[in-house]
Every structure is written in structure tokens, then in C-alpha cells.
Design a protein around this ligand. Structure first.
Ligand code: DLZ
Length: 309
């Protein structure tokens, strides 16, 4: 049974590796299970960082390829949003010229190419016919410019939660949020997260709240009771204030598991929680636009926080 396709790209240098990991992370690719072989194992030493997509295929072409610039094509449903994020990333890395405009192709689609490191070109494209490639759904994108965020982070298990915080800030800043538009609030432990999240949401100054904490089963008496209450409280604050809250509270059996989820092996759940918050703000705005409320003069150009104020 065929299960999946992996396109392997050996990089030219460790610096290129870091650049490419940063680029694909910034675009919102889901990280896969990374691997590291220590350098004391000659012949097989190295590291790998997979980036996942819901679909993959191998396409054999006898004729004109989709673009002459690369054989790596990434199909998207939000080409313009992705172009903005890629352009911002390239500008931050002093490579603003290494991205092309989104242009129509000869195969009923639009495409742009980006070159995050010299010699590595990737093409992003989407179908022109929205019913062909785009899911019939309202969806948010990952552009955070102009959005305001509150990040509530628990001090308990700080070795983990500080990594979650770094991941969350990384996601927000890379997606275009301004440092001044991010308010960090520290609380003693996860138990205190819902209360602080609610207070912050009720100020109406933030488009979303990102909740970060770490509960370790082995070290926490009444773990289930605390976990349930923290999850319920964050969900309740989200529902009753109407402000999206994302859930970045790790619940692990051991510190080792938590470290894996805080950036070591299994991605960084803080990064993922922040990305979810951005997407939900974007989605809420689209729902509002679709329902017509964004057309009111006062609401134009205002973020969700502005509209609710
Ligand atoms: C008390 C406690 C314990 C035992 N374990 C954790 C934990 O694993 N993760 C966490 O975020 N907080 C823990 N806490 C602290 C509580 O969340 C809370 O801060 C204190 O009980 C004070 O109300």
C-alpha cells in the first residue's frame, strides 16, 4: 500500500538549513517529526526537519512543466496572504528581490516563486476557479499585521512555559504582528490562566488571547481536576467574551514529553497556539465581513478589538 511521498532536499550548509526551516515555519507549514543523528556517528550524522502538507503527489510530465524555475510546487488556497507572509520574511532576511509577483499561468491558476536561500526556489500556486482548489469554507489566514494579542503564560514549570512563550512570540512576530501589539501577562500557575485570560479579554483591547501553561501529571495532585478546570475556564472565557482564545496548555506525563512539545522534537505548541489565534482572528473578521457588519463606516479598517471597543 502506498502511504505518502517525501521530497528530500539536502541543503548546502547549516546556515541554509536554518534559513529554510525558518522560512517554511513562517509560512505555516505543519512541522513533522524531526530527527537528529549525533555528529559522533560518522556516515549517518545529520538532522532532518520535515514539513507536512495534507496532500502530496508525484507528477510525471512529458511537455512544458508548470514553471521552469523549480520542481517544488506547493498548492495553496490563500495565495495572496501567503505572498505577503513570504515577502515579509524575505524582507527581514535582506532578500526582498527573491520573490516574484503572483501571476497567471497557462494552466488556469496563479503562481509565484520565492527563493529563501540562493538556489532554492519554491513555487506557490492556487487554482483560479475557487471551486476547484479552495475548500467551500470560510477560512482565516496567518497574517497577523494589525492584530492585537494578549499572551497569558504560567510561571509553574517555567523551563517549559518560557519556551512556549518564545514559540508564540516567534509565530506572532513572523506573521506580521508588531511587538507593541503583544501584551504578555504572567500568572503563577495554569490554575490562574482562565481568570487572567478573562480579565484581558474583557478589556476589549485584544483580538485574541493565547494561553500557555504546562501541567505535569506525575507532579500534580488532582491533575485531572485542575486540567479540566483550566480547559473549561479558558473555553468559557472564549465563549462568553466572544474573543478567540487559543489553548497552549501542555498536559504531559513527564518533563521529557513536555520538552519535546516545547520545541525539542514535536514542534512548539506555543507557536501552534499563536498560529491558531491568528487564524481565528482572521476567520472572525471574514465572518463579520460576510455578514455585512464590516461595511459599517466605523468598523472599516478597525481590528476586531477596535470594532468591539
Ligand atoms: C500546585 C501546582 C502543581 C502541583 N502543579 C502544577 C503544574 O504542573 N503546572 C502548573 O501550571 N501549575 C501547577 N501548580 C500550581 C497551580 O496551577 C496554582 O498556581 C497554585 O495552586 C496556586 O493557585
Amino acid at each position: 500500500m502506498i502511504k505518502g511521498i517525501t521530497w528530500i532536499h539536502p541543503v548546502l550548509s547549516p546556515a541554509d538549513f536554518e534559513q529554510l526551516v525558518s522560512f517554511f515555519s513562517a509560512l505555516g507549514f505543519q512541522p513533522g517529526r524531526s530527527w537528529d543523528q549525533p555528529s559522533d556517528r560518522p556516515g549517518i550524522a545529520g538532522r532532518g526537519r520535515p514539513f507536512l502538507a495534507p496532500l502530496g503527489n508525484l507528477e510525471l510530465i512529458d511537455g512544458q512543466p508548470p514553471t521552469a524555475k523549480t520542481q517544488l510546487l506547493v498548492e495553496t488556497t490563500e495565495l495572496d496572504a501567503l505572498h505577503r507572509v513570504a515577502a515579509q520574511w524575505l524582507a527581514r532576511h535582506g532578500a526582498e528581490t527573491r520573490i516574484g509577483p503572483a501571476e497567471e499561468t497557462h494552466w488556469k491558476s496563479r503562481l509565484f516563486t520565492a527563493e529563501p536561500v540562493p538556489g532554492f526556489v519554491v513555487a506557490f500556486w492556487e487554482w483560479l476557479d475557487p471551486l476547484r482548489g479552495r475548500p467551500l469554507a470560510l477560512e482565516g489566514d496567518l497574517t497577523a499585521a494589525g492584530m492585537k494579542f494578549a499572551v497569558v503564560v504560567a510561571r509553574w514549570n517555567a523551563v517549559i512555559t518560557e519556551r512556549l512563550l518564545q514559540g508564540a512570540l516567534d509565530a506572532l512576530l513572523r506573521s506580521g504582528a508588531r511587538r507593541d501589539d503583544i501584551q504578555i501577562a504572567r500568572v503563577p500557575g495554569s490554575w490562574e490562566i482562565p481568570g487572567a485570560a478573562r480579565q484581558l479579554a474583557e478589556t476589549r483591547q485584544f483580538d485574541a488571547v493565547v494561553a500557555l501553561g504546562c501541567l505535569l501529571r506525575g507532579e500534580t495532585a488532582h491533575y485531572e481536576a485542575i486540567y479540566n478546570e483550566v480547559a473549561r475556564g479558558i473555553g468559557q472565557s472564549q465563549q462568553e467574551t466572544g474573543v478567540p482564545h487559543s489553548f497552549g496548555v501542555l498536559t504531559c506525563d513527564t518533563l521529557e514529553q513536555a520538552l519535546d512539545r516545547a520545541g525539542l522534537k514535536g514542534g512548539n505548541k506555543g507557536f501552534e497556539a499563536a498560529a491558531a489565534a491568528i487564524e481565528m482572528v482572521s476567520l472572525y473578521r471574514r465572518i463579520e465581513e460576510k455578514s455585512g457588519s464590516a461595511g459599517e463606516p466605523e468598523a472599516q479598517n478597525a481590528g476586531l478589538a477596535g470594532r468591539r471597543a
